[in-house]
Design a protein around this ligand. Structure first.
Ligand SMILES: [Zn+2]
Length: 238
């Protein structure tokens, strides 16, 4: 029964995607790894060494960031009502990324930790169907990628993040996450020196590991070394 419901759910998503003329691209079977640990043949045991297991997967596999490195803090806003839509859009509060993207983000995290900071994640992989919901909810289309093209989040190649200090307090970046206004733009310089310094720190370290900015959102970083197809699987809860 559970399997049937699962199948129907995915079938429904497929129909919905077709109706929206979504172009999610197929991936070669060897690289289209399932998201959940269960499907990857990975035990849910907390003692499991995810580092060695994840390293064996292809670069395009979807991996769960905090299973690989648990020093990241998560505040996945679209899994809560604390986002600009006011609606819960993800089934679970988890951050998945392509293996290659996660691997380089972990290297950046190591560098931030040496400086006394840690990365806090607001969003990672985002199902394509959710991209449509964000697109339909936002009035200023500069702030959400057109789902017809697909966002880097839909490809598992983008992260929304900030930095926290040793006490877990967020550094002052001048605006909140998903602040849709000029104060969040990279070309807006009328900010406190501390804010400009914090944003620059984020940018400088992440750039070393292949992550680039977009003009209107200080919190968004896209992985530039490689691009993968858009995906639409829901964020798994098991
Ligand atoms: Zn983003």
């Amino acid at each position: 029964m559970k399997n049937l419901l699962y199948f129907l759910f995915f079938g429904l998503l497929a129909c919905q995607s077709q109706a929206q003329k979504v172009e999610t691209q197929p991936e070669p079977p060897q690289t289209a790894q399932a998201f959940s640990s269960k499907k990857q043949g990975i035990s849910q045991e907390k003692t499991m060494n995810y580092d060695s297991l994840y390293r064996k997967l292809p670069d395009s596999a979807m991996v769960e960031l905090i299973r690989w490195d648990d020093s990241f803090e998560l505040d996945i806003r679209y899994a809560t009502t604390n986002n600009f839509t006011g609606k819960v859009l993800y089934d679970c509060s988890r951050c998945f990324l392509r293996k290659k993207t996660a691997e380089d983000l972990i290297l950046a995290q190591k560098e931030f930790k040496k400086l006394g900071y840690r990365i806090k994640i607001f969003d990672g992989y985002r199902p394509h169907s959710v991209q449509w919901k964000l697109w339909n909810a936002v009035t200023d289309k500069r702030y959400v990628s057109n789902p017809k093209k697909g966002s880097m989040h839909n490809r598992g190649c983008a992260v929304d993040l900030t930095l926290t200090d040793e006490k877990g307090k967020e550094l002052d970046m001048g605006t909140t996450y998903d602040f849709f206004g000029k104060e969040a733009h990279w070309n807006y310089a009328n900010l406190k020196p501390e804010v400009l310094k914090n944003r620059q720190l984020l940018k400088n370290v992440l750039a070393k590991y292949g992550f680039g900015t977009v003009p209107n959102e200080w919190w968004h970083y896209s992985y530039r070394k490689v691009i993968y197809p858009v995906r639409n699987e829901p964020i798994p809860c098991e």
